[in-house]
Every structure is written in structure tokens, then in C-alpha cells.
Design a protein around this ligand. Structure first.
Ligand code: RP5
Length: 181
């Protein structure tokens, strides 16, 4: 419900620790109703110790804010933007139209069309304006992709990604062994 979402938002906003280090990833979403999906991206960034900012920017309800957010992101030190939206999901594409930074789009699952509307709105960008689109609802992968992008210029982050992949592999192998017993 609304109260729970507000609490989540507050908790996640605090987790980026903006006072200590300036955010390098922007996590934005069209509505607070996207937060239960988008929090997975914030959790991944927290796990990898990547400073991020998290907020609501609506392409349709706050167009001026969208323009200002996207136009100022690079100068504010943001290096990658993760944008989630559902339905007529224009947020990631519009952000990519304004900023030269890489944009990762998260199609949020809707109740009416199961997120197929969000997916197609985000993935079907015209030539010249790319958005890297993850699977419907998969904000965790958006976080991981942002970490990989930042890892191109950060060997420690690449090492952390390698460690994450090894842990993931070990977990699956352990499950396989258990099943075979
Ligand atoms: C989109 O419309 C948002 O990203 C959200 O997924 C969807 C519904 O928004 P609410 O009506 O729940 O605020 O802009």
C-alpha cells in the first residue's frame, strides 16, 4: 500500500549515503507504484557499494522535471541512468533523448497487459536513441548492467562482478549436488 511504499522509498533514499560520496548512478521511476520493482536495482548497487540516487520522475506527469533531471545528470556526476516505468513507458526513451549517458530501461509489469506494453514502449526505440532494455520486472539485472558499465573504467568493480559471478555459480552447483544426492 501507499504507506509501505513511502517507507521503502525513505529507506532506499537513505541507503545511497549521498552525503559521503556523490551518486554515479541515477535510479528513477515513473511512479512510486514502480518502487517494489525498482528497489531490486537499488539493492544491487548497495551490494556493490556503488553510490546512487533514487527518485520519481514522470515523463507524463512531470515533464519539466524529466527534462531538468536528464539535462543536468552528466554535470552532476551521474554516469549511468536506470529508468523504470510501466504502461506507456516513455521515461527511459525520453531520458536517452536528452542525455548522452547510457540509459538502462526497466519495463515494469502492469496489471492490464502484464508488462508487455511497458516492454514494447521501452525496447522499440528509434535508430539513434538507444536504451538498453532488461526483461520485464528485472530491475536487478539493470543494477548489474550498470555495475558492468562502470566496471569498464574500474578494475575493483570488475573484480567484484567476477566474485559475484563465482558465488552465483557455486550456489547453483551446490543445489545441483544436493538434488543429485
Ligand atoms: C507509469 O504509469 C508509471 O511508471 C507506472 O508504472 C504506471 C502507473 O502509475 P501510477 O498510476 O501507479 O502512478 O507512468
Amino acid at each position: 500500500d501507499g504507506k509501505r511504499v513511502a517507507q521503502l522509498l525513505e529507506a532506499l533514499e537513505g541507503s545511497s549515503d549521498p552525503a559521503a560520496r556523490s551518486p554515479i548512478v541515477g535510479v528513477i521511476m515513473g511512479s512510486d507504484s514502480d518502487l517494489p520493482t525498482m528497489r531490486a536495482a537499488a539493492e544491487v548497487l548497495t551490494e556493490f557499494d556503488v553510490p546512487f540516487e533514487l527518485t520519481i520522475v514522470s515523463a507524463h506527469r512531470t515533464p519539466q522535471r524529466l527534462y531538468e533531471y536528464a539535462a543536468s545528470a552528466e554535470d552532476r556526476g551521474i554516469r549511468t541512468i536506470i529508468a523504470g516505468a510501466g504502461g506507456a513507458a516513455h521515461l527511459p526513451g525520453m531520458v536517452a533523448a536528452i542525455t548522452p549517458l547510457p540509459v538502462i530501461g526497466v519495463p515494469v509489469k502492469t496489471s492490464t497487459l502484464s508488462g508487455n506494453d511497458s516492454l514494447l514502449s521501452i525496447v522499440q526505440m528509434p535508430r539513434g536513441v538507444p536504451v538498453a532494455t532488461v526483461a520485464i520486472g528485472n530491475a536487478a539485472n539493470a543494477g548489474l548492467l550498470a555495475v558492468r558499465m562502470l566496471g569498464m573504467a574500474d578494475v575493483q568493480l570488475r573484480q567484484k562482478m567476477q566474485d559475484f559471478m563465482r558465488r552465483q555459480e557455486t550456489e547453483v552447483l551446490q543445489k545441483a549436488t544436493k538434488l543429485e544426492q
